[in-house]
Design a binder for this molecule. Structure first.
Ligand code: PLP
Length: 430
């Protein structure tokens, strides 16, 4: 047993890249044997309470009977067929459900494999829309600094060109128009001057802008920042006034994480294009979707041969769609709103002691997301083993130690998570 695990780790270390890591000097990785509910079990039997939902996705926890059953049934029928010229119940089911729960003006669904691709498709829709409308010069994006929209070349170009993860590639990326992230935070008194940078940009450059791209209310991997929902309402009005499409990237915020089903719901707005991914299948398997209005779809289809020029090999994968359908049904039939508010309370209460430490710059909680922002970046190599020692799975990045547990986490488990964070922050502070 021990030998098997040693071999596994040796081969992993020698040959496998992990996300954002060096091949020659990788950080430690922990071998998972099984996962159930809100607990990951390692090969040596160590149980870790999951504070990450595997990057926003495992909202129902792991090994979810309803999702497993749906996938098993689908495997018995077929796992995949091409989507060119064929269709099937699982894909139609996803379209029906998404159109049911996303803002009402959205009417058409493009299925893809991952969040990055869903955003790529959104960008492509926006550019094709303006070509079809006879304004091909409207081809750049307006983007909020501090966002994250994916790792492909088109989506890296939407990351902050100064502080983002992808500055290394700046010379190879498309140039867009950036404005500061909304200065008015969630929960603060609304300050109308928050809109000035967007207003000025659109006033000056709307002739060259296809769309405003943003993560509604919560910026995720770019810094986990919560901004005032009024920004979305006002941005919607400005986009209408200046003839600019609004793309809402809800890959992280979708499916209840922020306390509303979608980030846009905080402001009661409807974007022209909305992207989902991550929690779409409850984290069981990868799937994403780009949803748009009839106006956008019909305009694109009115030009040339009318085709939207995208078509991934695994488009509409039936197995992934069956998981998505089960996950959405499970979410909607669960008391998710209550659970998320309960987690919000538990995170606020449990993390509150962090405010006492000089090493902590800010503590913020929204929905099932809790963030302890440190004054200095944390060293993963030292902090990760400390969390594992405390029996929790937490994966900080930069200055951020954050929790976004599965919605089904118990009060006890949540308490263990927050007290582990407090203890680790305390020991970093002495
Ligand atoms: C994670 C994320 C993406 C990219 O999704 P992948 O599935 O990793 O390609 C895009 N946008 C946002 C807001 C995300 O959080």
């Amino acid at each position: 047993m021990a030998n098997f695990v040693d071999d596994l780790l040796r081969i992993d270390r020698k040959h496998l890249w992990h996300p954002y890591t060096s091949m020659t000097d990788p950080l430690a990785v922990y071998p998972v044997r099984s996962a159930r509910g809100a607990v990951l079990t390692l090969e040596d039997g160590t149980r870790l309470i999951d504070g990450m939902s595997s990057w926003w996705s495992a909202i129902h926890g792991y090994n979810v009977p309803e999702i497993n059953a749906a996938m098993e049934q689908q495997i018995g029928e077929f796992s995949h067929v091409m989507f060119g010229g064929l269709t099937h119940r699982p894909a139609v089911g996803v379209a029906e459900r998404l159109l049911d729960i996303t803002p009402s003006s959205l009417n058409h669904v493009f299925l893809s494999d991952s969040g990055s691709i869903a955003v790529e498709v959104a960008l492509k829709m926006a550019v094709q829309y303006w070509i079809a409308d006879g304004k091909p010069e409207k081809s750049k994006m307006a983007v909020l600094r501090g966002g994250y929209h994916g790792d492909t070349f088109a989506t890296m170009a939407l990351a902050d060109p100064e502080n983002g993860m992808h500055v290394l590639f700046n010379d190879h990326l498309a140039h867009h128009f950036f404005i500061p992230r909304p200065a008015c935070k969630f929960g603060q008194q609304w300050d109308p001057s928050t809109m000035e940078p967007l207003q000025q940009l659109l006033d000056k450059s709307h002739d060259g802008i296809a769309a405003l791209v943003l993560e509604p209310v919560v910026q995720g991997a770019g810094g986990i920042y919560f901004y005032h929902p009024n920004f979305l309402q006002e941005a919607r009005k400005l986009c209408d006034r200046y003839n600019v499409l609004l793309i809402a990237d809800e890959v992280a915020t979708g499916f209840g994480r922020t306390g509303e089903l979608f980030g846009c719901n905080h402001a009661n707005i409807s974007p022209d294009i909305l992207c989902v991914g991550k929690a779409l299948t409850g984290g069981a398997v990868t799937l994403a979707a780009t949803v748009t209005t009839t106006t956008v779809a019909e305009t694109i289809s009115s030009y040339g041969d009318g085709a939207l020029m995208h078509g991934p090999t695994f488009m509409g994968n039936p197995l992934a769609c069956s998981a998505a359908n089960a996950s959405i049904d499970l979410l909607l039939s669960s008391p998710w709103r209550q659970r998320v508010h309960g987690i919000e309370d538990g995170l606020s209460r449990g993390l509150a002691p962090c405010r006492e430490f000089d090493s902590v710059r800010d503590l913020r909680v929204l929905g099932a997301i809790g963030v302890v922002e440190m004054v200095h970046p944390v060293d993963l190599a030292t902090i990760e083993p400390m969390f594992v020692e405390h029996g929790v799975w937490v994966r900080p990045f930069g200055r951020l130690i954050y929790l976004m547990p599965p919605f089904i986490i118990s009060d006890d488990e949540l308490e263990q998570l927050t007290s582990a964070v407090v203890k680790v922050v305390a020991s970093l502070s002495c």
